[in-house]
Design a protein around this ligand. Structure first.
Ligand SMILES: [Zn+2]
Ligand SMILES: [Zn+2]
Length: 180
């Protein structure tokens, strides 16, 4: 049995603590996401009748592409999580009117067949922690929109040329006015 899927009956009353290093392949990430390291998980699983609180921290390294310079770079990721496992029978009926508003501090995951699928939720924790616009470094200058060269390389003079062109037009205009 996959150790990342736990039967509720296997959780002792005092709960469980984990310090895992697991291979990324165990979590079923989509192939577009490249993980450069294992997932390091420090967590605890505490039962309270049929509700299980799974909380801790996950760390890994993913390969990201810089949104400014398009270079691939390793991004260290660290995310805290708090997940409340509740039996699927407790799931609110969305068609009904008795939806209870709950504080948002916990993510709720509904389990069926007495099975806590920690791998699925840990995968979601990692996916949610990915930045929307990753940057290789806070001061990445990006690429020149005109020639596509790295601005940091410093050997593109598009900006300079653009200025020159403007001056040129002005000079021409001035010359034209003088001639008239
Ligand atoms: Zn960059
Ligand atoms: Zn350029």
């Amino acid at each position: 049995m996959n150790p990342l899927k736990i039967l509720t009956k296997d959780v002792p009353p005092q709960g469980l603590t984990f310090h895992w290093k697991r291979n990324a392949s165990e979590f079923g990430f989509s192939p577009e996401l490249v993980l450069l390291d294992q997932l390091e998980i420090e967590a605890s699983l505490s039962p309270c009748e049929n509700i299980f609180l799974f909380e801790g921290r996950v760390k890994t390294v993913v390969e990201e592409q810089c949104s400014r310079c398009l270079k691939k770079f390793p991004l260290s990721l660290e995310a805290d999580f708090k997940i409340d496992y509740e039996p699927a029978s407790a799931q609110p009926d969305v068609s009904g009117h008795e939806i209870e508003l709950r504080p948002e501090e916990f993510d709720i995951s509904y389990y069926t067949n007495d099975l806590l699928e920690l791998d699925v939720d840990l995968r979601d924790v990692v996916l949610l922690a990915l930045p929307m616009t990753p940057v290789c470094s806070a001061d990445c200058p990006g690429i020149c929109v005109m020639c596509g060269q790295l601005k940091a390389a410093g050997d593109c003079d598009c900006a300079q040329e653009a200025v020159d062109e403007r001056w040129q037009k002005l000079t021409q205009l001035k010359k034209k006015m003088e001639e008239e």
